[in-house]
Design a protein around this ligand. Sequence first.
Ligand code: FAD
Length: 358
Amino acid sequence: MSVTTGTDARALAAGFLDGSDLSALGLLVSPEYGGAARGYQEFGQVCRLIAASSPSRQALLTVHAMVCRAVQRWGNEQLRSAHLPQLATGQRIAAFALSEETAGSDIQNLSIACEPEADGWSLTGSKHWVTYGRAADVFLVFAGTERGAVALLVDSDTPGVQVEECPRTSGFAEAELGTIRFDGCRVPSSRQVGRTGSALAHVATDALLLGRLAVAFASLGLAQAGLRAATERAVARHPSGHALHERQLVRGLLADAAVAVHGAEDLCRRAADSMQDRGEWLIQDVLIAKLAASRAATLATSVAAQIAGAAGLLDGSPVDRMVRDARVYEVIEGNTQLLQDLVAGQVIARHRSGVDDD
Ligand SMILES: Cc1cc2nc3c(=O)[nH]c(=O)nc-3n(C[C@H](O)[C@H](O)[C@H](O)COP(=O)(O)OP(=O)(O)OC[C@H]3O[C@@H](n4cnc5c(N)ncnc54)[C@H](O)[C@@H]3O)c2cc1C
């Protein structure tokens, strides 16, 4: 298994966090279009390090990378060369607009209207919960048509597009969530990513695979931060003359969190290697990593909050924010119950194909 944590990833994460260096946005983009074409381990480590400080900020890297991947993999050469160079350097920011009011987990249920025009499409309807939707220059928008779903790259200043603030969520509070409304917005066919009818099965599914890997590593970063906060408090606090870390029940909390964090770390590395090698079971590896890491984040941050006592309940305190951000990871890029269902499907497929899991 390759290990690529190091000063490079740390420097990239630090630059991304303080805004001085946005090159992390082009980490996976081909050099032909101005990107760095680095591996998934390094991408994952950068996601992990950023999320340990700011899950909201890391969310930009997730959605931007998903759009870059979609354009690079499914767009034609004209689309790639027109858009990827500015996206790879962070000159332009991209957001991923799939969810609708009645289509969250159920992406087959898109209701936004997309009518054919002479040389393109006309969009009417709205997209909800778009991460960095209020900051993005361009959206990758998914819509159903009579011939199946399409994916369209739409600039935020296109006539007929209106960006509104979403109701504030308790987690990802700084992720600039937006509602994007389209009112007869005309999008030329040159802005279409992939073929008509393949947008959900290919473009969205493939982008979500990368999104799940990014969220797995981000969850791991948050879980590690939670465990660190819990340990610091257990060592520093001495109620009734005894350090908290001497109490067996507190030690049990720390141990359970550590087991979850270490397990998630191994699963994330395995998933990144699987993505790199395009392993036969890469979908299963990514699903399991996201499921385990997001649960590890929930566990480790709630242990941190428990050990913090009343301080952990202070509205907006670091631990309180961690708990709220961890909740988001169990909802986005496939909620926990949906992922359990998908993992079970993969386990059954593996069994039927005669693969031995020894
Ligand atoms: C902070 C934040 C950022 C987001 N960013 C984006 C973004 O950038 N782009 C975007 O397109 N969307 C984004 N979303 C939307 C997100 O993808 C959806 O919220 C998510 O897909 C869940 O959809 P939903 O909220 O409609 O919940 P529902 O689909 O109604 O699901 C609610 C609950 O029902 C259960 N459930 C649902 N489906 C199943 C199933 N098949 N099997 C078992 N149980 C199930 C789960 O417990 C689930 O949590 C964001 C959401 C949040 C909160």
